[in-house]
Design a protein around this ligand. Sequence first.
Ligand code: SF4
Length: 158
Amino acid sequence: MICAGSVSEILTQFYSHFKENTEQVRFLEKGFKLKIGDFTLTGRIDRADDLPDGTLEIIDYKTGKSRKQKDVEEDMQLFIYAMAAHECFGLTASRLTLYFLDDDVKLSTEPSSEKIDQVRLKLIDMAHAVNQSDFAPTPSEFTCSFCPFNKVCDQSAV
Ligand code: SF4
C-alpha cells in the first residue's frame, strides 16, 4: 500500500519527466483488437512514444516494486502490444519498456521477430487449452458454502 505522501512524490517525479517529453508521445491509452489465429484479443496500450528512427517505444506503467531485466524480457503483455502496434496500427515498435512508477525505474527490451512469433504461438496454444477445458461444476457442501453464486447456481450443494 502506498501512503498519501508517497503518491504525491511519485506523481511529482513522474510529471517532472513527462512534461519534458510530451512532443514525442504518439498515443496514450489506445485500445486495440488483435486477431491471433481464430480468436481476438482486446487490450489497451498505456503509452507509445516516437523514437528518432521512426519506430515506437511502447511503455507500460507499473506500480509496486520494480522487477529485473529478465522479467521485462519475458513480459508477454509487452510483446502483445508490439504485435498490436504493428497489426492494428501499422507501426513498428523497436523498444518495449516497463516503467515502474514507485521507484522511477524504466527497463526496456527489444522485440525480435523470433520472440514475437514465440509469443503468438504461446497465445494460440493457451486459447486452444481454454477452449478445450471442461468447466463442468463440481459442487460440494464445503465449496458451495463459500461460493458467492450459491444462491443462484442450480448445481449448488447448499
Ligand atoms: S454454487 Fe455452483 S458455481 Fe458455486 S461452487 Fe457450487 S456448483 Fe460451483
